[in-house]
Design a protein around this ligand. Structure first.
Ligand SMILES: Cc1ncc(COP(=O)(O)O)c(C=O)c1O
Length: 378
């Protein structure tokens, strides 16, 4: 056992590569990191670096426009949507969404939420401060974890919108299909699956995603909102949070998160040059399949609690059947150059986040380590 333990600790670290599986802020593409220094910090002929320029000036406006155009091209966003790059995280949108979309004066006083796990509950708790919240679907608690089954959701009368969390970062589950909410706008928190695969934006009234997974550094959230929803009065929304006012000023009602937008532009370019979202989806599927296969073929040494059809391809949640080995796994993994694998404190166990910037080689290293750890401890 002692020799095995030593093998397990030294086996992979010899390559010197450290693979970061953090759920967010997450790894950025190597090519983006390599260019970011110059793009952000090198002063140009105007005497300013990217992060020193006034956001009212032509240069920053051009960067914003380029970011928007690149994102529209990647996702094929229809012309009747506005794309905003707003300061703050997805949690800001937990309150911004009801503040903008609920309009009690015109009878839109309720908000429907599907409870799919940790983040959807956080979203609905926040929304309950601004609207009557109705839970229209629940995820499976207990042994077999899944997203709510899509279909026949009974939306409440006066429903302003129906909110889903497209990918639950903590619980490691995702919707395999989108619900049909008819006339009621579907709103998605797409934070942890945004740009991991193509997304048919036309199925949604509003999509939001904070940046620190697949878009860039934290501090920015992308909001894609359908034009008709901008007509709602948003009486209680402070100006920087009001989608209509922000859209009227191209997202520059207040200082936009310039640094995050600059890097997002590089990320969008990297995705396009790497083959676009279909190519991202294909590689992401291969990475997730590789890891889930290792878990499923471990004779129960590792377990994945989520039912296969609902498994997230970006946040792979798994456990050691013998939970007392978890700390040992984490220590050995870190020594082997595999870091940030601890599961969220809410669910425990382990989690590997496989965003776009994680190459197949990182997942292969993790799977090799897991097999070796099982050989030594099984
Ligand atoms: C699905 C989801 N929603 C919301 C959040 C909160 O995002 P932020 O920290 O940007 O406010 C997270 C953070 O990980 C998330 O994964």
């Amino acid at each position: 056992m002692a020799a095995c333990w030593r093998d397990e600790m030294t086996m992979l670290s010899s390559s010197g590569t450290v693979w970061n599986f953090a759920a967010g802020p997450a790894r950025l593409p190597d090519a983006v990191l390599a260019r970011a220094g110059d793009a952000l910090f090198r002063r140009g002929a105007d005497g300013a670096a990217a992060i020193e320029r006034p956001f009212t000036g032509k240069t920053v406006r051009a960067v914003l426009e380029s970011a928007r155009e690149r994102l529209i091209a990647l996702l094929g966003i229809p012309a009747n949507y506005r794309v905003l790059f707003l300061a703050g995280g997805a949690m800001h949108q937990f309150s911004a969404v009801p503040m903008n979309l609920v309009d009690a004066d015109s009878g839109l006083r309720t908000a429907a939420y599907a409870d799919s796990g940790y983040w959807s509950r956080r979203a609905m708790q926040e929304a309950a401060r601004f609207a009557e919240v109705s839970v229209v679907a629940r995820h499976n608690e207990g042994e077999a974890v899944a997203a709510p089954i899509v279909g026949n959701w009974r939306l409440p009368p006066g429903c302003a919108y129906c909110h889903i969390t497209a990918n639950e970062t903590v619980d490691g589950l995702a919707y395999p299909a989108w619900p049909d909410t008819g006339e009621v706008p579907l709103v998605a928190d797409a934070t942890s699956c945004f740009l991991a695969a193509p997304l048919d934006v036309s199925r949604f009234g509003l999509v939001y995603a904070s940046a620190q997974k697949n878009i860039g550094p934290s501090g920015m959230t992308v909001v894609i909102v359908r034009d008709d929803l901008l007509q709602r009065p948003a009486r209680s929304a402070p100006s920087p949070v009001c989608y209509r006012l922000q859209a009227e000023q191209d997202g520059c009602l207040n200082t936009p998160p310039v640094m995050a937008i600059e890097i997002a532009t590089l990320v969008f370019q990297w995705i396009a040059e790497s083959g676009g979202l279909s190519a991202m989806a294909e590689v992401n599927r291969r990475k997730a399949d590789l890891l889930y296969r290792a878990i499923d073929h471990s004779d129960g040494f590792y377990t994945a609690p989520v039912i296969p059809a609902y498994r997230s391809i970006t946040n792979v949640r798994f456990h050691l059947a013998d939970d007392s080995l978890t700390e040992r796994f984490l220590i050995a993994a870190e020594k082997a150059g595999l870091v940030n694998l601890r599961g969220h404190r809410h669910v425990g166990g382990l989690r590997a986040s496989l965003y776009n910037a994680m190459p197949l080689a990182g997942v292969t290293a993790l799977v090799d380590f897991m097999n070796e750890f099982m050989r030594c401890n099984g």
